[in-house]
Design a protein around this ligand. Structure first.
Ligand code: HEM
Length: 398
């Protein structure tokens, strides 16, 4: 799924630029994965790692920002950090302009704040139900109880699909998120793809006023959208909104469990939650994406060759002390500019409004009901780096 190992020859790189770095194995510092990422800022601004097939890593905020916005020289065909892969190419995540522009024109209105408000009540009611069920239990494993479950329901609300379908989707989605075995991963992908194809076929014969019907009615560059394009678009929207939201919820609650003073601020002043979320998102970047170099080019004296891969890490951007002072500190009064947790440029996250709504609702409803909680003594929190950083296990007590 993620190894991307290929026999691409090591580019002719100066030894001083080679660092043995593995994006799938960033070592946490005292349990803090982001502190582990931040250690890279004491090394070179740009280095090459031979791991996982080999790719360049940019560590500094300015460079990450520049490359993310430069789709002339850097292609999204490299999003998966693989030069070529056999799986489907997701739309819009793995395509370039001009066709990317045509798809985003269709998709952007579907995730506007207004559209998100339409299902906010359902989202809040689900969250209240989940937290009420947990409240008297005195503790939980946060991921399986909350952070892995909420995003699936929210996908169903957003797509106007029956909420009972969560039973079909939760198991394969969990496999996709956690499984390192390629066969198990492929089977789960097929299951989810089959589910989406069924919904698409239903709407091809019986169009409705919902996201999928809207996508199926789209014209792309003057022609009707192809069925397969619709399938990979819905797949991208679904999968783009699972691990990422799960991870953000996990890192937020891991942090709040260990920082009672910060937690207390949010309990006492729930009105500050929307702004606080931005700082928590900055501190806990989730996403590490890739770009494929389209043509030989130079950046800060380093030569990238056509078909080299570059790791673009929002996580590293947000922890760069040249941009954010004392970057590991959560400071709700920061005025240092935007984080890149949702990316920037033409591929900026399509679902940021949906993600923010889920995080806000969870903080509001949880802190009202369970204001004090901590990591369960004697139990380990498990975190994992990767293309999406994850909190794999988060045992909480209250
Ligand atoms: C906290 C949660 C989330 C984070 C941190 C996140 C992060 C990102 C980032 C960084 C990108 C840009 C990737 C790149 O430039 O290569 C992206 C793209 C995307 N995200 Fe999200 N995302 C989140 C939630 C969601 C949700 C809820 C959805 C569902 C609607 C979603 C759907 C997408 C899609 C479809 C793209 C591709 C956009 C394009 O390439 O034009 N994301 N996301």
């Amino acid at each position: 799924m993620h190894s991307g190992i290929s026999d691409w020859p090591l580019p002719d790189v100066d030894d001083s630029l080679i660092v043995d770095f593995d994006i799938f194995d960033v070592k946490p510092v005292d349990g803090d994965l982001h502190a582990g990422y931040h250690k890279l800022h004491s090394g070179p601004d740009i280095f090459y790692t031979p791991k996982n097939g080999g790719y360049w890593v940019l560590t500094r905020a300015d460079d990450i920002y520049d490359v993310m916005r430069d789709h002339e020289r850097f292609s999204n065909h490299g999003v998966a950090l693989m030069r070529e892969h056999e799986g489907v190419r997701f739309i819009p995540g793995e395509i370039d302009p001009p066709i990317h522009t045509a798809f985003r024109k269709v998709l952007n209105p579907q995730t506007s704040p207004k559209r998100v408000r339409e299902f906010e009540d359902s989202s809040r009611n689900l969250c209240i139900k989940l937290v009420e069920e947990l409240k008297d239990q005195g503790g939980c494993e946060f991921r399986s109880s909350i952070s892995e479950v909420m995003p699936i329901y929210n996908f169903l609300f957003f797509m106007s699909l029956p909420v009972e379908h969560a039973e079909k989707l939760v198991p394969p989605a969990a496999v996709i998120a956690r499984e390192r075995d390629l066969d198990a991963f492929a089977r789960a992908m097929e299951e989810i793809r089959g589910y989406i194809e069924d919904r698409i076929d239903e709407r091809l014969t019986d169009p409705r006023d919902d996201f999928i019907s809207h996508v199926l009615a789209a014209e792309i560059e003057g022609r009707p959208i192809a069925r397969e394009e619709a399938v990979v678009t819905v797949l991208n929207v679904m999968l783009g909104g699972l691990d990422t939201v799960t991870g953000s919820m996990g890192f937020f609650f891991n942090y709040l469990a260990r920082h009672p003073a910060i937690r207390r601020k949010l309990v006492d002043e729930p009105g500050m939650i929307p702004e606080a979320i931005e700082e928590l998102l900055r501190r806990h970047g989730i996403f590490n994406t890739g770009r494929l170099v389209k043509q030989d080019c130079e950046h800060k004296g380093v030569t990238f060759r056509k078909n080299d891969l570059v790791l673009i890490s929002g996580t590293l951007h947000n922890l760069d002390d040249r941009k954010f002072s004392d970057p590991l500190k959560v400071d709700f009064d920061r005025k240092e500019g935007a984080h890149l947790t949702f990316g920037v440029g033409i591929h900026r996250c399509l679902g940021s409004n949906i993600a923010r709504a889920q995080l806000r609702i969870l903080l509001e409803e949880w802190l009202k009901r369970i204001p004090d909680f901590a990591i369960a003594p004697g139990k380990d929190v498990k975190v994992q780096s990767g293309r999406t950083n994850a909190v794999v296990e988060l045992p909480l007590i209250w």
